[in-house]
Design a protein around this ligand. Structure first.
Ligand code: 1CP
Length: 346
């Protein structure tokens, strides 16, 4: 069976029509998701294989996007490892015991057989999803060490990640042990998804833009590389994405990614000037256009296609996740519009 067009683009092979998926396409913006999730907490939904599979497939069915993104969360592995974490509605992930000292890191659970066993509902959910998706590829994902560790250190969402960045500078060895633990946690979560049939992976380092390149190279890149190394022997494209991380593009690619996800702050043609020739890219329609006119949306979509035309491969996405208040019909129409366009390359 020939590879799906989206996978070809991720491998740097151009196809005739654009391929598209949306970060955070599952969940929040869909009425069928809210109905299914009713009475189940976010994290419980993630470990109910039938529910996680159905939620993953919902946006593919509705919008006809070219890939599913596995329904889970970047803190699911930590919970499966035994940490007390919840996702508070309207807030985000909250860790009951923030990790701030050497003793806190010492007390982190070992990632042994118990962790492998706790990933079984995830494996089952991936198997069900892949079967349900048929020829549409599933993208697996994990949170990168910096982004996941920042929730663990701060205890919850944070605007400036100040405690995390201070820990990195004041106790670099404590930070390094924490980041190494998260890289193992996330790396094994990624590998489990690929072994059960995910066709590509994305490492989300959403908040890494808070760091300068020096800090990134010294304290983060080795750990992101360790996470990605868990799937480097498997034949799947590895996408790396950060928000506001235009100054880290090559550094993030060098962590062992094969595709760079670019947010909406940087035009793709500029990103292509920065990245080594031949790097496939993903992105980057500004999510703000979802709340403008159709004319403005389609103009932005055309502009993103034009900016990505020089890439060896380009998968269209938003510059960050689908906002929860998005009208789902706007996404469906945007996908149809994109599918009517030509890449001009194949
Ligand atoms: O009750 C709910 O519906 C909670 C909302 C929600 C959902 C649907 C959260 C809480 N997580 C998720 C699922 C999720 N999270 C997915 C799968 C669905 C999909 O993509 O379609 C993915 C890939 C994530 C990844 C994730 N979680 C990231 C990286 C992506 C990004 O948007 O930058 C991050 C930073 C998180 C943390 C998180 N989880 C949830 C929230 C509200 C947040 C962000 C909180 C913050 O502002 O720090």
């Amino acid at each position: 069976m020939a590879d799906a067009s989206l996978l070809q683009e991720l491998r740097g092979v151009r196809t005739a029509t654009p391929s598209v998926w949306f970060m955070r396409q599952a969940g929040r913006s869909l009425p069928e998701y809210r109905e299914l999730r009713e009475g189940t907490t976010m994290l419980d939904a993630c470990v109910r294989p039938d529910m996680a599979a159905e939620i993953t497939v919902q946006p593919v069915r509705r919008h006809r996007v070219d890939a599913g993104i596995f329904f889970s969360d970047i803190v699911v592995p930590a919970r499966q490892a035994g940490l007390a974490v919840e996702i508070r509605p309207g807030v985000g992930p909250v860790f009951e015991h923030p990790i701030r000292t050497a003793a806190d890191v010492d007390a982190l659970p070992a990632l042994g057989d118990d962790y492998e066993a706790a990933l079984e509902p995830i494996r089952e959910a991936v198997r069900l999803t892949v079967a349900e998706l048929g020829t549409t590829p599933l993208i697996g994902f994990a949170g990168a060490p910096f982004t996941v560790a920042s929730y663990m250190v701060e205890g919850g969402p944070s605007r400036d990640h100040l405690r995390t960045r201070a820990l990195m500078r004041s106790q670099p060895e404590v930070w390094a042990r924490l980041a190494a633990w998260v890289s193992e946690l996330s790396g094994r979560f990624l590998r489990a998804q690929v072994l059960e049939g995910a066709s590509a992976v994305q490492l989300f380092d959403s908040w890494v833009g808070a760091l300068g390149a020096e800090q990134y190279l010294a304290h983060v890149q080795p750990h992101s590389a360790a996470a990605l190394a868990h799937v480097a022997d498997l034949p799947v494209p590895r996408i790396h994405f950060g928000v506001g991380a235009a100054h880290l593009l090559t550094e993030m690619l060098d962590a062992g990614a094969t595709v760079m996800g670019v947010d909406h702050r940087l035009r793709l043609d500029r990103a292509l000037e920065i990245l080594p020739a031949g790097t496939p890219v993903q992105g980057n329609i500004d999510p703000a256009v979802l709340f403008t006119s159709e004319q403005a949306r389609f103009a932005e979509a055309r502009d993103v296609l034009a900016a990505g035309a020089g890439a060896s491969g380009h998968v269209v996405n938003l510059g960050h996740g689908v906002p929860p208040e998005t009208d789902p019909q706007v996404l469906t129409d945007l996908v149809s519009f994109l599918h009517e366009q030509e890449t001009g390359r194949a």
